[in-house]
Design a protein around this ligand. Structure first.
Ligand code: HEC
Length: 205
């Protein structure tokens, strides 16, 4: 069917606007960039910010409100945790994290509080509600690279609003791995917090 000229022009304008978007500056498969399936390093040996991690498997969101942590939590405030899809499937099958597992923890602030404990009211009730992203931490299982820190490397891409650093060096043991070595539930990961790792039972149909 013949399209009206104005509609064609609109389509062209939209296409041109999309082409002009700074796609290279977005970490988003929807922007046409490939989504990483695992860890990538640059020639300095730094871990590159995993591309498209928000399209990986979301496994949980522990919450440490600033208001309940003396005004500044170590990891403010929601911790949205994602895992690379192949590692998620392997863990579900075997209960073990395979070599090459990448876990991403993207931090996200809560909305402005109306109570001293940091909470506020919303139609669903009183609580903590997501606001802007506030940081990116990543861990990678690689028993050759990170033998000294129980086979996992830890990377901090900044605790601030995006954009996060494009690449990060492995953090010193004291900054990250030490706490995971002493406190994690199994194999350096706080797996018990991630109920989405467990199979979801199906109702009989
Ligand atoms: C004082 C203890 C502590 C330190 C230090 C620490 N973490 Fe964690 N980390 C945790 C806990 C507890 C969790 C479980 C979920 C949560 O509360 O965020 C966690 C979760 C994570 C996760 C999600 C997967 C998992 O292991 O559960 C990543 C990724 C992560 N941390 C990276 C880092 C990085 C990078 C650093 C250093 C910048 C760091 N952590 C330092 C305690 C710590």
């Amino acid at each position: 069917m013949k399209q009206p000229v104005t509609s064609c022009l609109t389509t062209l304008a939209v296409a041109a606007a999309l082409t002009l978007q700074p796609v290279a500056a977005q970490n988003d498969g929807a922007a046409g960039l490939p989504v990483d399936s695992g860890a990538k390093y640059n020639d300095k040996g730094e871990l590159m910010q995993p591309r498209g991690f928000r399209e990986w498997v979301f496994i949980g969101s522990p919450l440490t409100p600033n208001a309940l942590n003396g005004g500044s939590a170590g990891f403010p405030e929601f911790h949205n945790v994602y895992v690379s899809p192949a590692a998620y499937r392997h863990y579900q099958r075997t209960g073990e994290w395979p070599e090459g597992t990448v876990l991403v923890k993207e931090l996200q602030l809560t909305r402005t509080a109306t109570y001293a404990d940091g909470s506020r009211n919303e139609p669903s009730g009183r609580g903590y509600f997501p606001s802007t992203p506030s940081g990116l931490d990543v861990s990678v299982k690689d028993s050759e690279r990170f033998a000294a820190t129980s086979n996992w490397g830890f990377f901090n891409f900044g605790h601030h609003a995006p954009p996060y650093a494009g690449a990060a060096q492995a953090a010193p043991k004291d900054a990250c791995a030490g706490c995971h070595m002493s406190g994690a539930h199994e194999d350096m990961v706080f797996s018990d917090f991630y109920q989405q790792l467990k199979p979801l039972p199906l109702a009989s149909q």
